[in-house]
Write a protein that binds this ligand. Structure first.
Ligand SMILES: [Zn+2]
Length: 81
């Protein structure tokens, strides 16, 4: 049996709140069930959440570079912990 990684459960990534692991994608990467602030559920790669590649269900797919910079700065201030 594989150990289920719950390390990001309850954590927010942009507008997404990680709820629970939701299987794997075709590459074997762990997918997470996430709740977006807009109320939509989304299935997102854990890897994309952690590197900040996916921060919403898609309702804000077009992010200005400035907004992205602000988000990255905010994350840096908060630290890795
Ligand atoms: Zn959304």
């Amino acid at each position: 049996m594989r150990t289920v990684d719950l390390s990001i459960a309850g954590r927010s990534f942009g507008d997404l709140l990680a709820l629970r692991p939701d299987g794997k994608d075709q590459w074997g990467l762990t997918m997470w069930r996430c709740l977006c602030v807009c109320g939509e559920y989304s299935r997102v790669r854990r890897y994309d959440l952690l590197r900040g590649a996916t921060t919403s269900c898609g309702c804000k797919r077009v992010l200005s570079s400035r907004a992205l910079m602000l988000a990255m700065n905010k994350r840096r201030e908060r630290g890795a912990a």
